[in-house]
Write a protein that binds this ligand. Structure first.
Ligand code: ADP
Ligand code: MG
Length: 566
């Protein structure tokens, strides 16, 4: 390995030369207790910044010892945040053109995710960062590069990874919080609960564009007595809150009384949250999928018959495809795909559901007979989903009391406080008779690998645009309505995983979508997420998506072709 003084010599030599000469600094350099690895050098000052790793020996750092894989991933997340905070508070971007001097790490937001930005192994701690190598126009600024690479970056990395006593306590608390949330999630299953909302949780967010907790006049969550459970936390001790049982749960109440806010917190509860988020002990089964109507989406080869049958003009729905699905067909497809991918908990909000998919009232049934209506509304399937398939539903429904006839639990949100009104609601209405039976077995679909092509002009080309869209080869996958992609790095993660699954023959024309997802989960259980990376240099730019969001992206790929398997 070369030494830092060799790096300095090279920078001195290429000072004032054309930008391409930066290539010469690629390599690994020993800098005292740290290694600086320059993995990929950008082609010009305006290109994506260069990729570097800053590597410490683990033994030289006083880090808390992760007691599980989860704690290791959490520690990685924690250190990446510290590096980002150090960048924010310290250095400003240096002078020069393009991205000169800009330093970045792909750290997280309110959710704690497995990500590639930092890697803690038994021997080392590695920060994966990017930095713009300084230039004036296209002329190398060797001195500025020297300062950036041999002073600023090592300083920032030490700031992130060397913990004083306070920072050590903070790190331990961070790990303990995540471990506790995970322990709560494990207890849900044992107690036949689907979600838990801790007493004292702060659910509303600062604003429509900020995911931080609301401050000022906030009503902390307080469970209704009848639904209160006490769960164990290995670190924080026992904790009380609302335990939602499996089955059909309605959230009712007047407009603006906090229904959607509660559902949104449950939808995010599949992820772990940073301490002080307010939702760190709002925990949902990890297979919960938020369902909504999504007109315009593409649907490929799905069997929608449990919800939609006998379309006009004799259109079949056992192999339904559309590149412009309606509100109701898109919502049906979203449900069936979630179940096909393994979800056993559906979350829905009337704000974003198709009314004709949710309900058909008796007056309407008198005018339009059932046999000329293609849609079997969700109200006629929701119990069957639970009783036959074990799929629970949590539904925000302020406008239609008919659902009382199929609900197990009814929660009334009033002034942001939940009340258990299950008995009162059920007394108002007769139990709804089960509707004509129908096979709810979701069809298994086998994707055709040749229809999933990430290349453009013979080169693999994927590009994430926030959490909204994924450029994939010639196509753009619309992810705006896939609400549980919570971090742009997950969009990049989906791209990496799809490319990997295609190129490594995981999508092989024999495995169904569910089996592909199983195989990916298995691989990522046994290996760090780095293995799916196709990045040049180090892989420090993406986070792990859940299998349901990988499936959602695949299902929205317009070129997709599938074969059904029963
Ligand atoms: P609904 O779906 O019942 O119409 P929302 O969940 O959209 O109501 O909430 C309405 C408003 O109230 C939102 O601006 C939200 O931020 C705020 N809000 C929600 N829960 C609380 C709470 N516990 N304390 C204070 N404000 C809240
Ligand atoms: Mg609402």
């Amino acid at each position: 390995m070369k030494s830092v003084s060799q790096l300095k010599d090279t920078l001195n030599r290429i000072d004032r030369r054309g930008y391409k000469a930066y290539r010469d600094i690629q390599g690994e350099y020993c800098a005292g207790s740290m290694v600086i690895a320059i993995d990929h050098v950008q082609a010009d000052p305006f290109a994506a910044p260069s990729r570097l790793r800053l590597i410490f020996e683990r033994g030289n750092l006083d880090l808390p010892d992760p007691r599980s894989e989860l704690e290791r991933v959490t520690l990685e997340d924690f250190l990446a945040r510290r590096f980002r905070d150090a960048v924010k508070s310290g250095t400003s971007r240096g002078p020069g053109s393009g991205k000169s001097g800009a330093i970045q790490i792909d750290a997280g937001r309110q959710e704690v995710l497995e990500r590639t930005a930092c890697r803690v192994s038994p021997e080392t701690v590695e920060l994966r960062v990017s930095a713009g190598l300084p230039a004036q126009g296209r002329t190398i600024l060797g001195r500025a590069a020297d300062t950036l690479l041999t002073e600023q970056l090592p300083e920032l990395a030490r700031g992130a990874c060397v913990l004083d006593q306070d920072a050590q306590r903070e790190a331990r608390y961070f790990l303990d919080t995540i471990t506790d949330a995970d322990a709560i999630r494990r207890q849900l299953q044992e107690r036949n609960l689907v979600a838990f909302v801790a007493d004292g949780a702060i659910l509303p967010r600062e604003s429509g564009i900020s995911d931080r907790p609301m401050w000022g006049e906030v009503v902390p969550f307080r469970s209704p007595e009848s639904l209160r459970v006490e769960l164990e936390r290995p670190n924080g001790g026992p904790i009380t809150g609302m335990g939602l049982p499996g089955g059909v749960t309605l959230i009712v109440g007047g407009g603006f009384h906090g229904k959607s806010t509660l559902l949104e917190a449950l939808s995010r509860g599949v992820y772990n949250h940073v301490p002080e988020d307010g939702r760190e002990f709002v925990v949902t089964r990890d297979d919960a999928v938020k369902i909504r109507a999504e007109d315009g989406r593409s649907v490929v080869g799905n069997d929608l018959r449990s919800f939609i049958n006998r379309l006009p003009l004799g259109r079949q729905t056992d192999q339904f495809s559309s590149d412009n699905a309606s509100g109701s067909t898109s919502q049906a497809a979203n449900i069936l795909e979630a179940i096909e991918s393994g979800s056993r908990l559906l979350l829905m909000d009337e704000d974003t559901c198709a009314t004709n998919f949710m309900i058909r009232d008796d007056v309407m049934r008198r005018l339009v007979p059932d046999d000329s209506e293609p849609i079997t509304p969700f109200i006629d399937r929701v119990r069957q989903l639970y009783e036959q398939k074990g799929v629970s539903t949590i539904l925000v429904m302020g406008g239609a009391g008919d659902y009382f006839g199929v609900a197990d639990t009814v929660i009334w949100m009033n002034e942001y406080a939940p009340h258990d009104v299950s008995e009162r609601a059920q007394a108002l209405i007769e139990r709804r008779k089960p509707s004509a039976g129908c096979d709810l077995e979701p069809v298994h679909r086998v994707p055709d690998p040749s229809s999933i092509d990430p290349t453009r002009r013979n080169r693999t080309k994927t590009r994430a645009r926030g959490t909204e869209e994924l450029g994939f080869g010639e196509e753009n996958i619309d992810l705006r309505q896939v609400e549980q992609i919570v971090d742009p790095s997950q969009t990049r993660g989906i791209a990496e995983i799809l490319v990997y699954a295609g190129s490594k023959g995981i999508i092989d024309g024999r495995r169904s979508i569910c089996e592909v997802l199983d195989r990916i989960d298995e691989l990522l259980r046994e290996n760090p997420i780095d293995i799916v990376s196709n990045f040049r240099g180090h892989p420090g730019d993406f986070a792990r998506p859940r299998r349901y969001e990988i499936s959602a992206a695949l299902n929205r790929l317009r070129s997709l072709k599938v074969a059904q398997r029963r």
